[in-house]
Design a protein around this ligand. Structure first.
Ligand code: FAD
Length: 398
């Protein structure tokens, strides 16, 4: 019987284990942390958005990867498969009004419990506190454990080591050097699905730190999203900005900063807004005019004053134009460790059709450690599961 070692027990690694077992291999899963799938559990804290119910073609178009390989994996294990797979683990799911798919219980823990029980029942051995350190001169896998160094022989290995954010949950990206010395092409890790830094004035922070800018439309590079944005000490944070993160990151890399356009009153047309502003009582202060005629709340008002340094235009048309297209300068992404996910990692050039490293026959990679990107919305977890399944299958067959 072929023995497959799976290193990294997040969703990609656990799905690789399931696929390798199904293909008849014996399986060991090894993880550096004292318990498995910590990021998966964290993802479930605010509702485990495991997939999305939109049209399959649209779903696959959400991913950034250089060719059709990831799309083929998601076609083989996409949203409908994820739902059936959860059902098989006794976890029913529902689709929210946004099309996002969640387990009924919202949390990840019941799903993980049931999944681990089934993997063990099928023969998987799961070892925690096993930090992978590379290979020895005889090609054996080397792990650091509380009992000292341990070496393991495997017929095939699946690496599912995660990206490089939220390192306290295990995915610290420190494994890159172990592959680079073996000639594996890597792309630098970058924060994705992340907040951005803004040079807020002390005055704005004092009054508005933690406040939401509600119901705005955010635009960049021809793409728009609607939602709320939170003012943080560093800048801005919000799921609404994540779909724009890749293009904002590119502009920051090219020009040192990026301009995010905020429509503070997305439901009101610019001409209607200008009309309301011109009808306002001329004796009103600028702030009162904005509050009453444009219905800006305190936070939006503070933002307009911040961007215009306290002198918004007096002309109603110019003012309406500004409220519809307020430019906010973003100086940088937040530090990578705070990002929900990371882009970069093992280059697709380094991988063959089976997700096997061309430079290291018998070694496969899956999940967030590979260089693809996607917004939040269930796309990240679905791709990790699909890649894990693909790699686990191939590793058991090879
Ligand atoms: C707060 C938060 C909320 C999220 N919410 C969602 C969501 O709702 N929907 C969604 O689709 N995605 C969400 N994500 C993203 C999603 O959780 C990740 O994309 C996914 O967990 C990545 O899976 P993975 O298996 O590739 O890696 P990981 O889950 O990161 O697992 C990698 C594993 O490898 C282990 N490891 C690393 N290095 C070593 C080593 N040297 N030796 C041994 N083991 C090692 C780690 O300990 C870890 O257990 C969220 C992320 C965060 C942080």
């Amino acid at each position: 019987m072929r023995h497959v070692a799976i290193i990294g027990a997040g969703p990609a690694g656990l799905m690789a284990a399931e696929a390798a077992l199904a293909a008849g291999a014996s399986v060991s899963v090894l993880d550096a942390m004292p318990s498995v799938a910590r990021k998966f559990l964290m993802a479930g804290k605010s509702g485990l958005n495991i997939s999305h119910s939109e049209d399959e073609g649209l779903f696959r178009s959400r991913y950034t990867s250089p060719d059709g390989r990831l799309a083929a994996m998601i076609e083989a294990f996409g949203p409908a498969h994820v739902v059936r797979w959860m059902d098989g683990l006794g976890v029913s799911s529902f689709t929210g009004s946004s099309g996002r798919i969640f387990p009924d219980v919202m949390k990840a823990s019941p799903l993980l419990r049931s999944w681990l029980a089934r993997l063990r029942e099928r023969g998987a051995e799961i070892h925690v506190r096993h930090r992978w350190k590379g290979w020895d001169e005889d090609g054996r896998l080397v792990f650091e454990t509380p009992e000292g160094r341990r070496r393991l022989n495997a017929d095939a290995t699946v690496l599912a080591l995660g990206g490089a954010s939220w390192s306290r949950l295990g995915s610290d990206g420190t494994w890159t050097g172990l592959l680079e010395v073996r000639g594996v092409e890597m792309e630098p890790f970058q924060p994705s699905n992340c907040g951005f830094c803004v040079n807020w004035s002390p005055r704005l922070l004092e009054a508005q730190e933690g406040a939401p800018i509600k119901g705005v439309r955010l635009s960049h590079d021809g793409k728009s999203v609607e939602g709320d944005v939170v003012i943080t000490r560093r800048g801005i944070e919000s799921g609404a900005i994540y779909p724009l993160a890749a293009s904002l990151r590119r502009e920051i890399a090219a020009s040192g900063q990026a301009s995010l356009i905020i429509d503070l009153v997305p439901d009101v047309d610019a001409a209607v807004l200008a009309g309301r502003l011109s009808e306002a009582n001329p004796k009103q202060s600028a702030s009162n005019r904005l509050r009453k005629a444009a219905r800006l709340d305190k936070t939006k008002l503070a933002l307009v004053n911040e961007v215009t340094r306290g002198t918004p235009p007096k002309d109603p048309h110019a003012l309406a134009g500004l409220l519809k297209q307020l430019p906010l300068t973003l100086e940088a992404t937040v530090p990578i460790d705070e990002a929900i996910s990371t882009a970069g990692g093992v280059s697709w050039l380094a991988l063959d059709e089976d997700l096997m490293l061309r430079a290291m026959p018998g070694v496969y990679c899956a999940g967030e450690m590979v260089a693809w990107d996607a917004p939040t919305g269930g796309y990240l977890l679905t791709a990790c599961l699909a890649m894990g399944r693909w790699a686990g299958h191939a590793a058991a067959r090879s």
